[in-house]
Design a protein around this ligand. Sequence first.
Ligand SMILES: CC(C)(COP(=O)(O)OP(=O)(O)OC[C@H]1O[C@@H](n2cnc3c(N)ncnc32)[C@H](O)[C@@H]1OP(=O)(O)O)[C@@H](O)C(=O)NCCC(=O)NCCS
Length: 134
Amino acid sequence: MRIRTIQPSETWEIRHKVMWPDKPVEFVQLEEDNLGSHFGVFEQEKLVSIVSCFVVNQEMQFRKLATLEEYQGKGIASELLNYIFKIAKEQDLRKIWCNARSNKKSFYEKFGMIDTGEIFVKEGQEFTIMEILL
Ligand SMILES: CC(C)(COP(=O)(O)OP(=O)(O)OC[C@H]1O[C@@H](n2cnc3c(N)ncnc32)[C@H](O)[C@@H]1OP(=O)(O)O)[C@@H](O)C(=O)NCCC(=O)NCCS
């Protein structure tokens, strides 16, 4: 497993396939993508997991964490999250947060993230805002 920085465009295929397969691919291409840092996990040169990070006011929001289905449950996204948490700490950021799919809440709690209780619904999917103060 190798983690490295990737281009925004490299995230789009996995975002589309894993998160919003029923939407056109443009749906996962964010206007803000050029402002973010994007990281990918490679298994034998194959990109299998991705995340995108956006830093504003010393706070990092990570978005669109996704692992190809056949590579899920092996600790890959956990490695990726630990990697970006380390970057955030090295940059002396004060907070990491995300809009978590509500059914993934317990996954993020394993990383010490706390549910803020701010819930919203987008495209029929319920999200809750989770954060960790550094
Ligand atoms: C959520 C998602 C990114 C997790 O990716 P992943 O690479 O499977 O993540 P991990 O393997 O690190 O963790 C997944 C589970 O396996 C467990 N796990 C971690 N390492 C493991 C290992 N070595 N062996 C077995 N299980 C392991 C984790 O504890 C976690 O358990 P949980 O789901 O009960 O919390 C992935 O399921 C996904 O892409 N889902 C669809 C998109 C999505 O919902 N993204 C998140 C939006 S908020």
